[in-house]
Design a protein around this ligand. Structure first.
Ligand SMILES: [Zn+2]
Length: 291
């Protein structure tokens, strides 16, 4: 079992998601940071220019620049691609990383509560999810393993291991104390988990409920490619709640409803996420499973 000796905590990957920024600021201000015997941790605000300008990014989405191809690209014209290469030098490099775990903190405008996003189905991640769920039952565990860990373009994948904390609902550019407290609680449990993991003193982690990413659903469009309806009123602020076949998922501007079709009930999340508006994504879907 390889241990987790170095952890990097990242905030401000998206400049208008402020919880991670406050986490880093408070770590900097504290005279004494939480002490763990079995690992060192460091922290950084990934995109300070975007934070200053209160915008998600300057040129391109930083959290989509960490594919192996992008990190090898010779293009030096994009602010975020340049940041990605620097972070990859500092904490990576991806595929052969000096950092054992990268924790990247995000906010969502959706009512997803405290969500831990894991990118791989392995005992280390499975037990982390179960440990968090056992100590913070309100947390949601979301597994996005539709592609291999290293194929994801996310910042956290420059670590040997990488996870994302996704907290909401919080509007872009807004700082809510309840959300910050939830993030601190999550972080605390995750660091404690790593400490126990390193000492090989983890308790048995019982089966727990988690969600596995299935798909993204776009808004219905008209012939002119304009949005022709909105997420149904029954689904609003109800991320991770079951929607079964025949339940309405959209209401069109003419008043008619679009019902869920297919073979199975879904668990929508990222419902109405503001950052996905431009790509016309209405929500993501997941299946619920025992992990
Ligand atoms: Zn984000």
């Amino acid at each position: 079992m390889s241990s987790i000796k170095s952890i990097a905590i990242i905030g401000g990957t998206h400049g208008n998601e402020l919880t991670g920024v406050h986490i880093i600021q408070s770590l900097k201000k504290r005279h004494e940071n939480p002490v763990f015997d079995t690992f060192n941790f460091t922290y950084v605000i990934a995109n300070p220019t975007a934070v200053e300008q209160n915008t998600r990014f300057i040129d391109v989405d930083l959290n989509r620049q960490f594919s192996v191809e992008n990190l090898a690209s010779l293009d030096t014209t994009l602010v975020e691609l340049n940041i990605a290469k620097l972070l990859n030098q500092q904490f990576g490099p991806k595929q052969d990383s000096k950092t054992d775990l990268v924790i990247d903190i995000h906010n969502t405008t959706s009512a997803m509560g405290a969500t831990l996003i894991l990118l791989e189905d392995s005992p280390f991640y499975r037990n982390m999810g179960g440990y968090l769920k056992a100590h913070m039952p309100s947390a949601n565990i979301l597994l996005e393993d539709e592609i291999a860990y290293l194929e994801h373009p996310y910042l956290c994948t420059i670590g040997q291991h990488g996870i994302m904390l996704e907290l909401g609902a919080q509007p872009q550019g807004v700082s809510r104390m309840d959300i910050l407290l939830a993030c601190e609680e999550m972080l605390d449990h995750i660091l404690t988990y790593c400490d126990l993991y390193n000492q090989n003193t983890l308790p048995e982690i019982p089966e727990f409920t988690a969600y596995r990413l299935l798909d993204v659903v776009k808004f219905p469009l008209d012939e002119a490619n304009e949005v022709a309806g909105l997420v149904h009123e029954n689904m609003l602020d109800r991320d991770y709640e079951r929607v079964k076949i025949g339940d309405p998922i959209f209401r069109m501007f003419d008043g008619t409803e679009v019902l869920l079709t297919g073979e199975q009930a879904i668990y929508p999340h990222f419902i109405n996420e503001a950052a996905y508006k431009n790509s016309k994504v209405a929500f993501a879907t997941a299946l619920k499973f025992k992990w």
